[in-house]
Design a protein around this ligand. Structure first.
Ligand code: UDX
Length: 435
């Protein structure tokens, strides 16, 4: 099939690459010329496992190409729109549809012959219907169906998640479009559940799923606080809860709160949508409040742990919103560090992947280290903000010779605390007062 993917970010680029690997002829389109130039030279523009190899392979087989121009849209059987739908700042979580609207205005008159237009961007229930009406207005002669296929890709795992999905959700209301999509998704038909539903339901499934995940994380974070106060071990609690198949083991890892470009934005949008439709989602609203408080509470705990020292220095390790990515958008680590900086704490930071992105946030407000050992020099407290694998295997004897005071605050339960303790460190680990 001929597929065009518009918007080559964390969703669009992996989708374009993966569907070319599945045998389709794919054109990836983005208005950012710099990005297209890099992709045409086989350079990946995002840090995604396995992406680069597939990019090179499919460019070489000529199944995958990139362009800034929308002119070839007429040749496409399927046009996928995967541009951002950020939150409009100061509007309580309203979804900014301006990028989608611009794309729709730009493509409407290039449509030629029957086309299935897929909305992959995260949009609230009812949006597909509005976009469909807009295209009809802009080009009354266009022959198309507009469908919703939300994406559930995790950053850093996008290629894996496209090829091994838990489920594929297709919101489609025309048999003709359904036939096209059954063909496009035929490689998955024996592998996973392909669930056809209405467009509005598909749109809601995405928001409900992300909000539920955010609630699950927040729930275990609050249980974790209680565990610390009452001498329980939250990791045992989470493990045993997860053995109940009705609950499930995943997304019960306590930490500094959920972050990233999706969960915080989507849960805010859903809460706002609930309010504006007169069906408030109080659990969702409380989750937002609890997640925001968490970062402030953790920053306060760090301040408390170093309050007796003069000009305390904190080494903060792990800056991205989770391990294995370079993305600091809505990162709990960066929010906590900002709280510390506002209280005039001296902070030295390190991250194996996200230093460049963190520089855009902190500029000269922190010191940047090249590795863990460099970061901990003269520190009074070492905080671990992501579950980076490297943090499991640190040389605690060496670190002991570098720091000023031996205090650890592990926000992800990632370090070898036994080794740290052997070397004289006092370990504070989220949700576990028994260390
Ligand atoms: C998320 C959804 O998982 C994905 O389905 C959707 O398409 C995009 O949003 P992603 O943003 O990549 O994916 O991050 P995810 O792996 O879900 O983690 C989100 C945040 O929750 C991170 O800050 C992570 O550290 C945190 N988290 C996750 C926890 O604190 N505990 C957990 O048990 C799981």
């Amino acid at each position: 099939m001929n597929m065009h993917v518009i918007g080559l970010g964390y969703v669009g680029l992996p989708v374009a690459v993966a569907f070319s690997e599945l045998g389709n002829v794919v054109v990836g389109i983005d208005k950012n010329k710099e990005k297209i130039d890099l992709l045409q030279k086989c350079e990946s523009t995002i840090a995604e496992a396995k992406l680069k190899d597939l990019l090179i392979k499919n460019i070489n087989t000529k199944r995958l190409s990139f362009s800034t121009s929308l002119e070839s849209i007429g040749k496409a059987d399927v046009v996928t729109i995967a541009v951002d739908t950020p939150t409009i700042s100061g509007r309580g979580g309203s979804v900014d549809l301006s990028y989608i609207n611009t794309v729709v205005h730009d493509i409407a008159n290039y449509l030629d012959g029957y086309t299935v237009i897929v909305i992959k961007s995260t949009v609230l229930p009812g949006t597909c219907k509005k976009i469909e009406n807009l295209i009809k207005q802009l080009n009354p002669k266009a022959s198309f169906d507009l469908v919703s296929i939300p994406e559930f890709l995790r950053e850093g795992m996008a290629i894996h998640d496209i090829f091994e999905p838990d489920r594929i959700i297709i919101g489609v209301e025309s048999q003709r479009a359904k036939n096209v999509l059954e063909k496009l998704y035929s490689p998955f038909k024996d592998k996973t559940k392909i669930f056809f539903t209405s467009r509005a339901s598909a749109e809601m499934i995405k928001y409900a799923s992300n909000s539920f995940l955010a609630m699950k994380i927040t729930f275990i974070n609050e249980i974790s606080n209680l565990c610390e106060k009452r001498g329980c071990n939250v990791y045992d609690v989470a493990y045993a809860m997860g053995l109940d198949t009705r609950i499930g083991e995943k997304f019960l890892n306590p930490g500094p709160g959920f972050g990233g470009n999706c969960l915080p934005k989507d849960i805010l949008a859903l809460a706002n949508f609930g309010k504006s439709t007169g069906s408030r989602l109080r659990l969702v609203e409380s989750t937002i409040v609890a997640n925001e408080s968490r970062k402030k509470e953790l920053a306060a705990k760090i301040l408390h742990l170093v309050e007796e020292y003069k000009n305390p220095k904190v080494a903060f390790l792990g800056l991205s919103f989770k391990a294995g990515v370079d993305d600091c958008r809505s990162s709990p680590s960066t929010d906590i560090i900002t709280e510390l900086l506002d209280k005039n704490i001296d902070v030295c930071v390190y991250d194996p992947m996200a230093i460049d992105n963190s520089k855009k946030i902190f500029k000269s407000r922190v010191t940047y280290a090249v590795d863990v050992y460099n970061a901990v020099k003269d520190a009074d407290l070492i905080a671990f903000g992501t579950e980076c694998e490297d943090f499991k295997f640190l040389d605690w004897a060496k670190i002991g010779t570098l720091v000023r005071n031996k205090i650890i605050f592990d926000l992800r339960n990632i370090i070898n605390s036994q080794e740290a303790k052997k070397n004289g460190f006092v370990c504070h680990i989220i949700g576990n007062s028994n260390i």
